[in-house]
Design a protein around this ligand. Sequence first.
Ligand SMILES: NC(=O)c1ccc[n+]([C@@H]2O[C@H](COP(=O)([O-])OP(=O)(O)OC[C@H]3O[C@@H](n4cnc5c(N)ncnc54)[C@H](O)[C@@H]3O)[C@@H](O)[C@H]2O)c1
Length: 318
Amino acid sequence: MTTTHRYPVAIIGSGNIGTDLMIKILRSDGPLEVVAMVGIDPSSDGLARATRLGVATTAEGVDGLLAMDEFADVRLVFDATSAGAHRANWSTLKPTGVRVLDLTPASIGPFCVPVVNLDEHLDAPNLNMVTCGGQATVPIAAAVGAVAPVSYAEIISSISSKSAGPGTRANIDEFTETTAAALRDVGGAQRAKAVMILNPADPPILMRNTVYCLVDGDTEHTAIEASITDMVERVNAYVPGYRLKQRVQFETFTAENPLYIPETGKFSGTRVTTMLEVTGAAHYLPAYAGNLDIMTSAAKATAERIAVHAAQTTGATR
Ligand SMILES: NC(=O)c1ccc[n+]([C@@H]2O[C@H](COP(=O)([O-])OP(=O)(O)OC[C@H]3O[C@@H](n4cnc5c(N)ncnc54)[C@H](O)[C@@H]3O)[C@@H](O)[C@H]2O)c1
């Protein structure tokens, strides 16, 4: 996207996600312009890279950001720290009126999964980007739900241990809770569960996601498969490494041969299984870390849409 207006942004959190996001924005020709990179570790690789790439930095956290000359121009702040740090950052940023896009699973603002609900929250002061697993799997629950109600969705996201920084490791519980909530609130599933696996294999594995959706009856398989493949293409438009690993699978369970689910008991109907793989663009970590890309690409696409919306509505004000 080439635009004439600029939309200055800052990134808090100079770790895996924040650094990948910075590089993605710097390499794009969209409206976003990274004017500040904020951390708390003066020796972090992310702050050093920012300096080399000509981005102003501070290692004094959010207070350091507010003290920078560049902050006067900033229209939107990405927070890529951790859920706990985001709560504190938000209490400092909220009174300034700057827009905040939260890449941690803190769940303060409404959930945003661009391909499903981007246009619903363009004016939200704090918008939450769910989790990497949520960005990968909520669209699939929504795609199945567009054909038949999903009574239960369960997802398993596997990411390489090397791609999970301390911020991610501190947020495993938040990952499971926030992803499950987004599968319900945005994906439309009546009940949901999320599981994350940090896989220590070396060489590291690509990000993989398995999505199980239960639907009543022996619903039309062709329509569900078509809805899923269409959704995968739409996500692929902003996350190029996102793809179906194999064809969608269907299993039918009858009353005589039910599926037993510990929380809810016997289920008869159809289990739809979708297996996804996400290859990264290797902007920061190597291509195995598709989990960085699915989050940073979704956040970048969301911020670009907000920038265009802001230009169309309020002009240059925050
Ligand atoms: N790694 C992933 O695959 C992934 C994907 C999607 C979302 N996330 C989420 O993104 C967040 C960051 O994950 P990560 O893997 O990049 O972790 P990380 O530890 O690599 O990065 C976090 C960075 O934030 C900095 N930081 C911590 N507190 C801060 C504060 N108060 N002010 C400024 N900087 C601060 C740390 O020094 C570190 O550089 C986590 O909430 C995680 O759940 C991670």
